[in-house]
Design a protein around this ligand. Sequence first.
Ligand SMILES: C[S@@+](CC[C@H](N)C(=O)[O-])C[C@H]1O[C@@H](n2cnc3c(N)ncnc32)[C@H](O)[C@@H]1O
Length: 243
Amino acid sequence: MTVAKREKIQQHYDEIAEVYDLHYDHPRGRTYHTRISRHVMEALPRGGALLDIGCGTGLFVEKYLHHGGSAVGIDLSRNMIERARRRCSCCGFTLGTGESLPFRDNSFDAVASLLVFSYVRDPESMLNEAYRVMRPGGAISICTLGKKLLTSGIPVLYKVSEKIRIPHVVMKDFGEHYYDEEDMRALFSRAGFCNVKVSWCSFAHIDMGDPLFNLAQRMEPFIERRIPQLTYNICVDAQKPAE
Ligand SMILES: C[S@@+](CC[C@H](N)C(=O)[O-])C[C@H]1O[C@@H](n2cnc3c(N)ncnc32)[C@H](O)[C@@H]1O
């Protein structure tokens, strides 16, 4: 991904920051975000110090704080960060990129990143940085669009929708990159993480109408377990080896 694409992502999220939460404020959006947050949360120690990379408006930080502990978020977009500060005034939020974290070595017990990794220009650097800032024995958990049947058409769809200007919160050509299980295992292992676990989630999509969404959501646990080819988010959990 080029610098121009990163600037495009930043500009896009600056522009939509005021309406981003509307996306997750209706029942379908809430259900979707709660579900992926649960996947990420389950792999993290509760009550420790969390870093959320690409924290957006602080939706996950807020959920993590319910279990006690503290949290810090970093994001490319100034306006998303502003929203996060308003949501969780007790937390620190920093403008910056996941590939170059302005934090000391061994400062966090947990690192999370939701719906961000596919945008990241240099995933190796982001994982090396996540590893560096985590304490030994700490855990990382990410959830992002993965390389699967349902996502294979997305780059073309985004290019077309941008050309013909379909208004949609996220439908733009950002040069996103999708990873499969093998890619993720290799990336996380190369960064030094151990106990790398990969799973797939999400079949119901918030752009489906209510009846279809409700049906898809009921089928979701079965699809995730038995037909993961039909899911579209990949979740990766791993640990920094204890010393
Ligand atoms: C789809 S939003 C997800 C926000 C939040 N994690 C959530 O679950 O609602 C993607 C976010 O990632 C941020 N982002 C994209 N690339 C990034 C990078 N390289 N470093 C930090 N943040 C990034 C964007 O600015 C945006 O706020």
